[in-house]
Design a protein. Structure first.
Ligand code: GLU
Length: 289
């Protein structure tokens, strides 16, 4: 029997635009977290939002990551091909009474103070409806982020009943990310701190679906002076040339992660190997929730 590596991390960009500097910090951070312990690193293209995502952009993201020396250890999945998985998960939640059909409009939710807690009327079977996860009062979720420390959130207070599938049939990011991470056996989620606020609701959804909860680490988007300077310049995708200057870009991401300098290496695969050996996640600055 093949021994499964203990750690399975991932990088999951949305192809709604070219990789930006923040995505490269997340790619490198997730790579180092996984590879430091000889784990697997999986690339998943999150093109669940058909209106905002574009296939060619996803292909370019894959090529850019290859130029940076980061290759997926498992076949690359595209979320646009995973509808059956999402439908199954929603069916399960509806069957278990954890999700419900909802016809409240955006204006209705605004009138509720922006947080959905109860429907103003029942959805008829024949009308288009969104599917929401029911979040009961006092749904307290606590988790220990490897970078940001202990986080506690009352999901009912913070977001209320959240949407899993829109009335037009579109699955949401919150649903797709939870279902795919579980389906792919991801047990380590490392990503930008902009997603810290989504984590508690994702953990609650995992619990409702009976999935295991991965470990989490949320990386700074911008921090120390050098990193801020570099990333300001690098934040404009036209200002950096991933194909010709991969190590310059990896180095800028490394500085944002506050790691000790790596000198004299110009080849990305060799650079990544050195980075993995040198990586110390305790040096990464925490972002306030
Ligand atoms: N696809 C999301 C993004 O590009 C990231 C999802 C995640 O890492 O959980 O912002």
């Amino acid at each position: 029997m093949i021994q499964q590596p203990a750690i399975h991390g991932r990088f999951a960009p949305s192809p709604s635009g070219p990789l930006h500097f923040g995505s490269i910090v997340a790619a490198l951070g997730s790579w180092c977290f996984a590879k430091k312990h000889a784990g697997l690193w999986t690339l998943r293209i999150e093109d669940v939002d058909h209106d905002r995502c574009d296939h060619e952009t996803g292909l370019q993201q894959i090529r850019d990551l290859e130029s940076l020396g980061m290759l997926s250890d498992t076949p690359i999945e595209w979320q646009s091909e995973n509808d059956a998985r999402y439908i199954n998960a929603i069916d399960q939640l509806l069957r278990d009474g954890h999700a419900f059909r909802c016809v409240c409009s955006r204006a209705d939710v605004t009138n509720m103070g922006g947080i959905h807690r109860a429907c103003i009327r029942h959805a008829r079977d024949d009308e288009p409806a969104s599917i929401r996860l029911h979040v009961p009062a006092n749904t307290h979720i606590a988790f220990d982020d490897l970078v940001c420390g202990q986080i506690n959130e009352d999901v009912a207070q913070a977001v209320g009943d959240f949407v899993l599938r829109r009335a037009d049939g579109q699955f949401t990011y919150q649903l797709a990310v939870v279902v795919d991470d579980a389906h792919q056996g991801i047990n380590q989620v490392v990503r930008g701190a902009d997603l810290l606020e989504s984590t508690a609701r994702q953990i609650f959804l995992q619990q409702r679906l009976g999935y295991a909860t991965p470990s989490y680490a949320h990386l700074p988007l911008l921090r120390n002076k050098d990193g801020a300077k570099l990333s300001k310049r690098l934040d404009d995708p036209r200002a950096f040339d991933i194909e010709n200057d991969p190590v310059e870009i990896l180095t800028a991401a490394w500085v944002t992660l506050n790691q000790k300098p790596i000198n004299g290496i110009t080849e990305p695969t060799e650079w990544l190997q050195k980075a993995t050996d040198a990586f110390d996640f305790r040096r990464i600055p925490a972002t306030e929730p």
